[in-house]
Write a protein that binds this ligand. Structure first.
Ligand code: NDP
Length: 461
């Protein structure tokens, strides 16, 4: 029975969703992320009416703090540019805010709020004490010189440094923020704060970084896919795999798929995709890493370099992504949000895909995700499947606090243990709440419970 003042769960969720849309207009990605979580929580609220009466979800959809700031910088010709910087400090019930910085022209408040909201649940699943946050800028590092990127990062950190700290808010990388950007951001933080602390994760190895952090999101996603397959007494050995994107997550997804005996056949960037029916082997992957991380070229060049590979230019007017039409056993979307729509999901299901493991954040639309679940595809939602990155960030924070560096084997084995336990937690929670095999419900409910209970313990703050 609901306590006084508490509405029935489905009415409450519907009413709150209406208020979220009205109060946060023009933020469709944020609405989508909230709706997905709400869809999973009705049964939880029925069993625990105290979450309604204490307005836990009302509080969770309202960021604890939102910072936006001007980021002025000079290009190499001396022209002035102004970008917008953000940091969303979403929820600190179980630890300091933690989540990446994204530099991409598509960044806006709604995109970062969706990412920060997702991050709260994801971080809760890792078993480590980390709250949720996200930040970034509409700055585009593509086609900028190294000095331009450095000046931008320094200007961005000049404001951000006032708000972050190793026990307050610990940003990491995301789209457009890799090792190079992290170095510039950390250098400026250290200069302004006059301290060398673990205020960022994804740092370089010789200045406080952790082994396996660059690999962790991709490796973790593949470990998660292997766990999903185990529940059907199957493995990745010999499986043909579609991977989208060609950045950090995609590269290490391909590497771990090769370790597991699978055959990755695609990669992409915002200009187009390549399909290599012979498979992307280690030599080709090393070439891609040089292309993307050193030369900063486009994936189109892959098809020019390797015979038998085809290149298809991206066509935003198409309304679907041809990459998902290629026949394969597994799909690892690893580029960006909403890259799989209902039509893409239908193509994947028609072609008999048995696993979808999300390396990117919210790569499937709500409709696509529902289709995977209905078709009984092994579907690993982002907040569980790509939690390896933030888990390794948590391990980097621990090493920084202890002033220790663990070996590659030690961090990788901890990462693997965490991914196995996240899968088990999602799997068991889905079962306990009456939807066996539905890892979306499992991840949302398990992630929610830990944060919600901490919020109940800490009073109305
Ligand atoms: P990178 O910047 O290293 O790579 C991003 C890749 O995705 C690039 O190939 C990029 O192509 C492509 N891409 C980006 N935006 C678009 C778009 N709008 N349309 C088509 N392609 C696009 O980023 P990451 O690999 O770090 O991140 C990829 C995804 O993984 C993101 O969703 C991120 O939030 C998520 N993630 C990352 C984690 C990490 O540890 N790095 C942790 C957890 C999740 P182009 O170069 O042309 O822009």
């Amino acid at each position: 029975m609901a306590p006084p003042g508490a509405a029935a769960p489905s009415e409450y969720l519907q009413d709150l969703m209406t208020r979220v849309r009205a109060k946060n207009p023009a933020e469709p990605e944020f609405h989508q992320a909230v709706q997905e979580v709400f869809d999973s929580l009705r049964v939880v609220l029925e069993r625990h009416p105290e979450y309604v009466s204490y307005r836990i979800l009302d509080r969770m959809v309202e960021p604890e703090r939102v910072l936006t700031f001007r980021v002025p910088w000079f290009d190499d010709r001396g022209d002035i540019h102004i970008n917008r910087g953000f940091r969303i400090e979403m929820n600190s019930a179980i630890g300091p805010y933690k989540g990446g910085l994204r530099f991409h022209p598509s960044v806006n408040l709604g995109v970062l709020k969706f990412l920060a909201f997702e991050q709260v649940f994801k971080n809760s699943l890792t078993t480590l004490p980390m709250g949720g946050g996200k930040g970034g800028s509409d700055f585009d590092p593509k086609d900028k010189s190294r000095n331009e990127v450095m000046r931008f990062c320094q200007s961005f950190m000049t404001e951000l440094h006032r708000h972050i700290g190793p026990d307050t808010d610990v940003p990491a990388g995301d789209i457009g923020v890799g090792g190079r950007e992290m170095g510039f951001l950390f250098g400026q933080y250290k200069r302004l704060a006059n301290e060398f602390t673990g205020v960022l994760t994804g740092k370089g190895l010789n200045w406080g970084g952790s082994l396996i952090r660059p690999e962790a999101t991709g490796y973790g996603c593949v470990y998660f896919a292997a766990e999903m397959l185990k529940t059907r007494h199957d493995s990745l050995e010999g499986k043909t795999c579609l991977v989208s994107g060609s950045g950090n997550v995609s590269q290490y997804t391909v590497e771990k798929l090769l370790d597991m005996g699978a055959r990755p056949v695609t990669l992409s960037d915002s200009n187009g995709m390549i399909y290599d029916p012979q498979g992307i082997d280690r030599e080709k992957l090393a070439w891609v890493m040089e292309l993307k991380n050193v030369r900063r070229g486009r994936i189109r060049e892959y098809a020019e370099r390797f015979k038998g590979a085809a290149y298809v230019t991206a066509d935003p007017t198409l309304g679907h992504n041809p990459l998902w039409e290629i026949k394969a056993d597994c799909a690892f979307p690893s580029a960006t949000q909403n890259e799989i729509n209902a039509r893409d999901a239908a193509a994947l299901i028609r072609n008999g895909v048995s696993v979808v493991a999300e390396g990117a954040n919210m790569p499937s639309t709500l409709e696509a995700a529902k289709m995977f679940i209905e078709a009984e595809v092994l579907y690993g939602p982002a907040k569980a499947a790509n939690a390896g990155g933030v888990a390794a960030s948590g391990l980097e924070m621990s090493q920084n606090s202890m002033r220790l560096s663990w070996s590659r084997e030690e961090v990788d084995s901890r990462l693997r243990t965490i991914m196995v336990s996240i899968h088990a937690n999602c799997y068991e929670t889905a079962q306990a709440y009456g939807t066996p095999g539905n890892l979306v419900n499992g991840a949302n409910i398990a992630g929610f419970l830990k944060v919600a209970n901490a919020m109940l313990d800490q009073g109305l703050v």
